[in-house]
Design a protein around this ligand. Sequence first.
Ligand SMILES: [Zn+2]
Length: 384
Amino acid sequence: MLRNMDNCSKYSQSVFMCNDIYRRSTFDKNHPLSIPRVPATVDLIKQLEWLPDNVYYESSIASIEELLRFHDADYIEALRQGEKGQGLSKEIRTLYNLGKIESPIHATMFTRPAISAGAMIAAAEILSSNIADDSRRTIYSPASGNHHGKKNRASGFCYLNDIVLAILRLLDNGISKIFYIDFDAHHGDGVQDAFYDEEKVFTLSIHEEGRWPFTGALEDRACGSALNLPVPSNFNDNEMDLILDKVVIPIGQKLKPEIIIIQCGADSLADDPLSKLKLTNYSLWRAVRLSATLSNKVLVTGGGGYNPWSVARCWAGVWATLNNYDIPSELPAGAEMVLRKLKWSRSAGRNPPEHWFTTLSDTRNNLPIRNKIRNIIKTVNEQC
Ligand SMILES: [Zn+2]
């Protein structure tokens, strides 16, 4: 197991970052994040023998000083006090958007997001310390990707913004061209806002239009450092392919980023309860595979995703995609058992379809490309 950061060059070219804290869900059972997304992903990957010891990095907690690079001291203190005392005054809860259904007070409300942040800061350190060489480096932290977090406020299940903290570390280490792509069903508002007028960071978000947080309009280009592609409900695989081929990849090829960061929220999948997009995991794997060609230094995170089966199958497949592992058409017994053991309190969880247990790959849908998508692509290409 790799822990020591003293010599970053010693790390395997492909690193998987995680921590056992994600096995201890501390969200109420009605919270969308109470499902064991990350443990199921890790267990699937282990069962498929895709996780040799020399690629696994046990992430550790970010220091307060590291968190202060983006977050306000008073807000960090509120998170710590909430975790310690399991309660906060009404005034503090209102001030920092804590203690609501969205961002409840719970037993690891500081530690858990601070470990996700620690992973991303470590990833930034490893990637920037290897920037001078041409070698390929890929880091995957499925438990990170909290793209809504604000400097002084919890937002959209995100207490700390681990992506912003990683990008700030990259900038501090002299990286000057970063491309951030966000495939989550929700606009990556926290990351865009943090780098609104930072020309070294270009953020691109594909998300469902008219959905919370209701930002990320097509016209919103920040100060020229962002691109937003709000897509209609029922967004399908062919539409995603076209947007990738006509917008995302050409922009990335023009940018030539030193580092690419990919937020692979799985709530854009058809089976997710919190969005109305219709992607299959074919689309997200292709998106990750093509986006990862845009730079030799690649950082991939998880994000949203609230159906335990679709998230675990998708995120395990992301790791296979990044490492060119063959995804079997039928899962071996041990991997199938990981999926069969999952429970989900929502109605769709009572009678899951058989293929959620026996396969990783969804059957790609083959739906028509709507004019609305063609118009979005045309508008964007006229702007850029
Ligand atoms: Zn989301």
